[in-house]
Design a protein around this ligand. Structure first.
Ligand code: PEP
Length: 251
């Protein structure tokens, strides 16, 4: 009932030529992947070209961020949700831990960005996840719960149709240390329980929850077997089209 989503976050990699050629290679490699949605998230400057070259394929294009401010205005260096949509994107990744750690994203700005994205018809892939020190202190669930409650504050039931959650334990991002399928499942079940406390069980049971953190072709299968893991947000292993296609084609 929940169609899996495999999303690749290209972070700040690839000049335009490389971005387009990776996307074009990926098209044929994932053309038969009807079991899941496929998303790639290039840098802003490559969004339009990648979206144009993947149009009509089963690849969706996402931005990695958007402005909290919904309107045109004097916001030097910002890119609005409407501009992301206008470039051909269907989705936007928000609240990635790298943005929270190094670029000032907070639950409050994630909430504003999420609302701005939904207002223009984008889907928001909202990232949550605890740091290693928080897990070791036994507060992982509290941290994730507060990121969810504050980040999704004020969303209506209709808005939740445009939300995908990505659970990305910060200690597993780019480190090669994947959460075990059981550890990830435990947190995904907790996230679904929290979503059901906000909007009820039937809404929560329809929301996709992706796992992110060192997902690779050889560990995606075991993660995807877990009942509350509905896909993956992939960093390092998505930059190469063949490697990402192996993850997409995990089935
Ligand atoms: C990410 O950046 O969202 C991520 C999960 O990275 P990696 O797969 O490299 O851990």
């Amino acid at each position: 009932m929940r169609k899996p989503v495999i999303a690749g976050n290209w972070k700040m990699y690839k000049l335009l030529g490389d971005a387009v050629s990776t996307a074009v290679s990926l098209k044929s490699l994932v053309a038969n992947a009807n079991h899941c949605e496929v998303i790639i998230a290039p840098v802003f400057t490559a969004l339009k070209s990648v979206a144009d070259r993947t149009e009509g394929s089963n690849i969706r294009v996402a931005a990695q961020n958007c402005a909290a401010e919904p309107n045109f205005g004097a916001h030097t260096g910002e890119v609005s949700a409407a501009m992301v949509k206008d470039a051909g994107c269907s989705d936007v990744i928000l609240g990635h831990s790298e943005r929270r750690q190094f670029y000032g994203d907070t639950d409050e700005t994630v909430n504003k960005k999420t609302k701005a994205a939904i207002a223009v018809g984008l889907r928001a892939i909202v990232c949550v996840g605890e740091m290693l020190s928080e897990r070791e202190a036994g507060s992982a669930e509290n941290i994730v719960k507060s990121q969810l409650l504050n980040g999704l504050e004020g969303l209506t039931v209709a808005d939740t149709e445009r939300i995908i959650i990505a659970y990305e334990p910060v200690w597993a991002i780019g480190t090669g240390k994947t959460a075990t399928p059981e550890q990830a499942q435990e947190m995904h079940a907790f996230i679904r329980k929290t979503l059901s406390e906000i909007h009820g069980e039937s809404v929560a049971s329809g929301i996709r929850i992706l796992y992110g953190g060192s997902v690779k072709p050889d560990n995606v299968g075991a993660l995807m077997e877990q009942p509350d893991i509905d896909g993956a947000l992939v960093g390092g292993a998505c930059l190469d089209a063949e490697s990402f296609a192996k993850i997409v084609n995990y089935k």
